[in-house]
Design a protein around this ligand. Structure first.
Ligand code: ASP
Length: 440
């Protein structure tokens, strides 16, 4: 029997759940410490997972640069660019707003931070006992990701690089990279024909090459996915997960409603396409997003799936997807909203209606600036609680880190799926035939 690539990835994921589960059950003692053999296995998983992630990340800069430049230059005029840009931004805003509103409703309805109307004592006790450790963890994470921004306006300032090679040399500067690529693409429309032809030829070649390398990297996906998922499962801290189980279920439930109800409705009504076909077309990208927790690392796979399986033109996907991978993060926006309100509930800080509206607006804005890397939401959550002046929030954020990874896997899959649906809906609106037939 011959397995298809996506079936192999799925099998690898299931195997990883079993192997990671065994490591977790057998090699972690009651105090939560892992045995030497367990640690050794985790570091092997980590090593192999990192190789896979690095191979994917390696393709990001050339792929984004070349596809955005080619995509815009092919639009041929700035009017085409403005029309598609307008539609794309409307789609991004609309879907992110839907996502945030689902989160807002769920967190206010289920109140995961309260018990009998009061801040949950078990959660508070856990935080008080470990406040220093949790605060330190947050500071380390936020610092290590270069998040020196405390104001939302910083996000937009950082978009303009002072040197274009800065934008081309740092995967964390996706917005700068897009800014440079947009400018280059628009510039290409206006320069003289001979220069345009040679430069465009270069970028087209680079684009083809980047997609080819992605195909090669994906041959390793089953091994990479196995390592990433096994590492996560092996390290899961069960006792803390239990304290946070209500929070976990509210976030997961809200994400699933967005993924399985809202997005299919958008596909059916706005795009007039069969949502099931879109899920099938995106199978590899969804599995990769889920196991890497990084929309940026998944971008090469998303691009390939949208073009080859969903049949979206290079012209539309090259524009909508790279931009979407960092700007359009429905899952992240939804998560930020739930996390911030949960934190307020736990510390007993009443948020007025006006403040809840601020949470919605800030979640929308910060989700635009968040990088598509694991745990990136954390930075945005810090920014929002800082803006709302919620006291003692850092320690609660530190506690949330304990369940961040599985929720990150899910929200990244939601982020990637929403980008791909954007490409399909916009391609349809541009008169393209999409999702007619999805290759097996
Ligand atoms: N990991 C997410 C992504 O890459 C971002 C986040 O919500 O942390 O899309």
């Amino acid at each position: 029997m011959k397995f298809k690539p996506w079936q192999l990835i799925l099998l690898a994921m299931l195997l990883a759940l079993v192997v990671g589960g065994i490591v977790n059950a057998r090699m972690v003692n009651d105090a939560g410490e892992m045995s030497a053999l367990g640690n050794r296995l985790v570091s092997i998983f980590d090593y192999v997972g990192n190789i896979f992630m690095s191979l994917l990340k390696m393709v990001i800069v050339p792929l984004v640069l070349s596809s955005v430049v080619v995509g815009i230059a092919r639009l041929g005029n700035t009017r085409g660019f403005a029309r598609m840009g307008g539609k794309t931004l409307c789609y991004y805003m609309l879907t992110s707003l839907f996502a945030i509103l689902i989160g807002l409703t769920m967190v206010n309805f289920f109140k995961p931070g309260l018990k009998d109307g009061q801040p949950n004592e078990a959660i508070k006790a856990q935080i008080e006992a470990n406040a220093e450790e949790y605060t330190g963890k947050v500071a380390a994470k936020v610092g290590s990701e270069g998040a020196d921004m405390t104001a939302v306006s910083e996000i937009f300032l950082r978009m303009i690089p002072q040197n274009i090679f800065e934008a081309l040399s740092d995967n964390g500067k996706m917005l700068s990279l897009i800014f440079v690529s947009l400018l280059t693409g628009i510039g290409l429309i206006f320069i003289s024909e001979p220069s345009r032809k040679s430069l465009l030829g270069f970028f087209e070649g680079l684009n083809e090459l980047s997609l080819l390398v992605t195909n090669w990297v994906m041959l390793l996906a089953p091994i990479g996915v196995f390592a990433l998922v096994a590492e996560t499962v092996a390290q899961a801290g069960i006792p803390i997960v239990l304290i946070l189980s209500k929070y976990f279920l509210v976030v997961a439930g809200a994400l699933l409603i967005h993924l399985l109800v809202v997005m299919p409705l958008i596909l059916a009504f706005l795009g007039k396409v069969n949502p099931l076909r879109q899920f099938y077309a995106m199978r590899n990208a969804l599995l990769t997003a889920f196991s890497t927790s990084s929309s940026s690392a998944t971008l090469p796979v998303t691009m390939r799936a949208v073009q080859e399986n969903a049949g979206v033109s290079n012209r539309v996907s090259s524009f909508v997807l790279p931009l979407g991978a960092t700007v359009n993060m429905d899952g992240t926006a939804l998560y930020e909203c739930i996390a911030v309100i949960f934190i307020a509930q736990v510390v007993g800080w009443d948020l007025s209606i006006a403040q809840q509206i601020s949470v919605v607006v800030l979640a929308l804005l910060t989700s635009i600036g968040v990088a598509g890397v694991p745990s990136a939401s954390l930075v945005a959550i810090v920014i929002i609680v800082y803006n709302l002046k919620i006291p003692n929030a850092e320690a609660v954020i530190g506690l949330l880190l304990a369940v961040d990874r599985p929720l990150d896997m899910l929200r990244t899959a939601v982020n990637v799926f929403s980008d791909s649906c954007g490409a399909v809906v916009i391609a349809k609106s541009e008169g393209e035939q999409v999702l007619e037939e999805v290759p097996a």
